[in-house]
Design a protein around this ligand. Sequence first.
Ligand SMILES: *[C@@H]1O[C@H](CO)[C@@H](O)[C@H](O)[C@H]1NC(C)=O
Ligand SMILES: *[C@@H]1O[C@H](CO)[C@@H](O)[C@H](O)[C@H]1NC(C)=O
Ligand SMILES: *[C@@H]1O[C@H](CO)[C@@H](O)[C@H](O)[C@H]1NC(C)=O
Length: 378
Amino acid sequence: MALLKFLMCSVFVLTFTARAAHMSPSPPVKAAYWPSWFSESFPPSAINTALFTHIYYAFLMPSNRSFTFDLPETTKAELSQFTSSLRRKNPPVKTLFSIGGGGSDSDLFARIASNAKSRQIFIDSSINTARKFGFDGLDIDWEFPKDTTEMEYFADLITQWRKTIDREAKLTSRQPLLLSAAVYYASEFRTYGEPRSFPAAAISKSLDWINVMCFDYHGSWDTTATGAHAALFDPHTNLSSHYGLRSWISAGVPRSKMVMGIPLYGKSWTLKDPYVHGVGAPAVGVGPGDQGILTYVQVKEFNEKTKATIVYDIRTVSAYSYINTSWVGYDDVKSTTTKVEFAQANDLRGYFFWALSYDSGDWEISTHASKAWVDDQY
Ligand SMILES: *[C@@H]1O[C@H](CO)[C@@H](O)[C@H](O)[C@H]1NC(C)=O
Ligand SMILES: *[C@@H]1O[C@H](CO)[C@@H](O)[C@H](O)[C@H]1NC(C)=O
Ligand SMILES: *[C@@H]1O[C@H](CO)[C@@H](O)[C@H](O)[C@H]1NC(C)=O
């Protein structure tokens, strides 16, 4: 078993260039985002904190007039409850709140980040909000700065944010707040929008780490073929986590500041021909689920109910299941643990899940992932 693991790691590591010679001294990050809109069915008190180090409250947005966090009373109550119930847990976890999210107003971020004065108003309010509700840190999920100018704004924003966080910590003699960002799977955009790169130097200097969104490579925007939406490897395209993470390393972001995203959801398609059902098989539309998206729990239900055939695809490191013309690609225990081993073998800081409540009721994926990261090698 140990030998097998060693061999697997060696194969992984060889696929990367310029591997760091030393192990990261930082404690690992095992994080997950908690979508607040599921708070009724999945309250923070239900979180098994033994499996995580950091939990992100998702999401908050600043006001588009004041640029501050003018929160409704219900949200304030929820934030207090979130941090207090997680702090009372044994073991405790660190809490951050995430600002933005997929589909949030990215032009608002551009407006805020475009000048020093509006940046400061936003930053001060974010810090006040974090302190007031007992959070350990902040996260920005701006999807995405849309051109090179907005990438500069993003650099200015995180640079000023870090300065303000450090000053606040000194003034109040408290631990500085953590500052992270959720980012695109690759350090540069080549196929979508204007070609542009993330500001790697500012990120390395100002953020504690980045949450690299290693998923959504395929989806409802392309219904001509099935796809492994979070493929670790893809021999034919750049749509893979291996490509994306390597681009971040090439850009100069330290491995110890990279946290690899793993989806707790799958994507479905309707096959053109029920007898042609591999990864990349011809398709005619999305399949089961909400616009072709199923949480891991729903994938398990689908597999059990329909008695679908389940296949592990070693090439992409993913699982898929199919029955008649329904096809679902997802991450199972094996692909997830392989990805966690990959992250550790490449000296990344850790991994995170989108999203917490999508795992099975018995925490199947989160438990195996947590075990797959070998803590005692530090
Ligand atoms: C600000 O947000 C409000 C409420 O969501 C919206 O109706 C309005 O159009 C927004 N204004 C701008 C300038 O984006
Ligand atoms: C993949 O990215 C590299 C640069 O990193 C580029 O040279 C190459 O053309 C890309 N390949 C595809 C298939 O898009
Ligand atoms: C698959 O097709 C068979 C034969 O038509 C049918 O009996 C079965 O109910 C179908 N299963 C699903 C899940 O669609």
